[in-house]
Design a binder for this molecule. Sequence first.
Ligand code: NAD
Length: 274
Amino acid sequence: MTVPDVKMSSGSTIPQLGFGVFQIPPGDTAELVAHAFTVGYRHIDTAALYGNEEGVGQAVRDSGLDRDDVFVTTKVWNTDQGRDATLAAFDASLGRLDLDYVDLYLIHWPTPARDLYVETWLALEELYREGRAKAIGVSNFQPNHLRRLAAEATVMPAVNQVELHPTFAQAELRSVHEQLGVVTEAWAPLGQGSELQAPTVTEIAQRLGRTPAQVVLRWHLQLGNVVFPKSATPARIEENVNVFDFELDQTDMAGISALDEGNRLGPDPDAFNE
Ligand code: NAD
C-alpha cells in the first residue's frame, strides 16, 4: 500500500493520507500509531492540545522506520500565540515528541480577537529557517487571514488544515488555496462519522464493494485534499488506508460533491477565540 505524496511550497512532500490522533487517549496512542505504521501509514497528525505527543514520538522511535520516512505534524495551541510563547511551546512539543524536528508545524486557530497570528507566524518562520520545522502552515484560517499573511509575511503557509467533508466542502476556500499555492488539508474528513449513512455514499459503497468511509476518503483524495481520518479501532485504521486500488468516476464524484450544504460541525474560525 503506497500512499502518494503531495508537493508543498516548502519543496518537501507530505503523504496524502495520514492518521489523525485527536481524542485518542494518551495511554493508547503509541500502540494505535504503531498499528497505523504496520498497515502502511507514514503520516501522523497530532497537536499540543491533544495531550498525546509523547505516544506519537514513542511510536515513531520504536517503529524501526527511518525518521525521513515518517511525517509528523503538531500544532501550537491558541494560548501560546505570540513570538516567545510560541517558541517555548515548540520546544515543549519537540521535547514531548522526543524528536529532533517536526515535518510540519501549524498555528492551530487564528483566534482573530487576540490579533497575534501574524506575530506567531513570524515565530514559525524562525523555526523553519532553523530547520527544526521542515515545513510550516496554518489551520482554520479564513481567506482574509491568509491574505494578511501574504501581505505581511515572508513565507506563505505550506498548508491550511480546515474542516472539510462532503456536507461542508469549502469550495471557495479551496480555490483561494489554489491561487496562493497552499495545500488543502481536510480535518474531520468523514464528518466525524456523521456522513457515512448518506444514501448517496452508501449506494456508491455498495455498488463498488467498498465501505462508506473508503468512498468518502476517495472523494477527498481525488479532489487533491490531504486527509488523516481518526479511528481508535484497529480494523478501521486499516480500512481507512486501503483506498488506493479503486477510483470514483465523475458521476460519483459529482454526486458526493452535491451533498454540500454548508454544514459546519466545529467552531467558526472568525469567532473562536479561546
Ligand atoms: P473524522 O472525520 O476523521 O472522524 C472520526 C470518527 O469517524 C471516528 O471517531 C469514528 O467514529 C468514525 N470512523 C472513522 N473511521 C471509520 C470507518 N472506517 N468506518 C466507520 N466510522 C469510522 O474526524 P476527526 O477525528 O475530527 O478528524 C480527523 C483528524 O483531523 C483528527 O484526528 C485531527 O488530527 C484533525 N483535526 C484537526 C482539527 C483542527 O482544528 N485543526 C480539528 C479536528 C480534527
